[in-house]
Design a protein around this ligand. Structure first.
Ligand SMILES: [Mg+2]
Ligand SMILES: [Zn+2]
Length: 195
């Protein structure tokens, strides 16, 4: 009897920057938000397979004072629009606006660690509670060590992509369970090995 790598897969948790869109630097305006080739088509494939997709993203530019709620909303609107053009949609987005060393555009005197910034798992847990899924049904695709660490803390598989940071950010010590070139090839790999 053959066993697939990913059993009962229902949910794909996606990092945003470096997975869905290019990340040449912080994304502070809709103009800076450029899709990675075929990432929208990859999400459309997940949608077509009935797998729910949630973006889980660290947005420390809020804490640094570089990103406003309205700018973030405009960037989110552009993402939805770009996805829509490929017939793709997201089932939700969760973001952490914090940074351990920054608050309201000022350097903190004492670092403060929130539970939502990846590698924290609070956003993953929140998505699971609000949308009725479990860790066992989920996988995470990311480009940073903080993504891989969050996935392993929550006890789920992760796929690392070579786009964005490509795992070279050295923030925390963590590896993904699998490597793929980009979101498109991650989705092909997932679908070939899911049940
Ligand atoms: Mg990223
Ligand atoms: Zn946070």
């Amino acid at each position: 009897m053959s066993k697939s790598l990913f059993n009962n897969l229902r949910v794909v948790l996606l990092d945003r920057d470096g997975v869905i869109n290019e990340e040449p630097g912080p994304i502070l305006t809709p103009e800076q938000f450029m899709m990675i080739p075929k990432s929208a088509a990859a999400v459309a494939r997940l949608n077509a397979e009935g797998l729910r997709c949630f973006v889980i993203t660290n947005q420390a530019a809020f804490a640094r004072g570089d990103l406003s709620e309205s700018a973030f909303q405009a960037i989110t609107d552009k993402m939805h629009h770009e996805l829509q053009k490929a017939g793709a949609h997201l089932d939700g987005q969760y973001y952490c606006p914090h940074h351990p060393d920054w608050e309201n555009g000022e350097r903190r005197e004492v670092p403060a660690h929130c539970a939502c910034r990846k590698p924290g798992t609070l956003l993953l847990e929140q998505a699971a509670v609000e949308h009725g899924f479990s860790a066992e049904e989920s996988i995470l695709i990311g480009d940073s060590t903080s993504d891989f660490a969050a996935a392993s803390k929550w006890g789920i598989f992760s796929i690392g992509v070579h786009t964005g940071h490509g795992g070279q950010d050295s923030k925390v010590k963590a590896d993904p369970d699998y490597w793929q070139d980009d979101l498109w090839s991650s989705v092909e790999f997932l679908l070939a090995n899911a049940s």
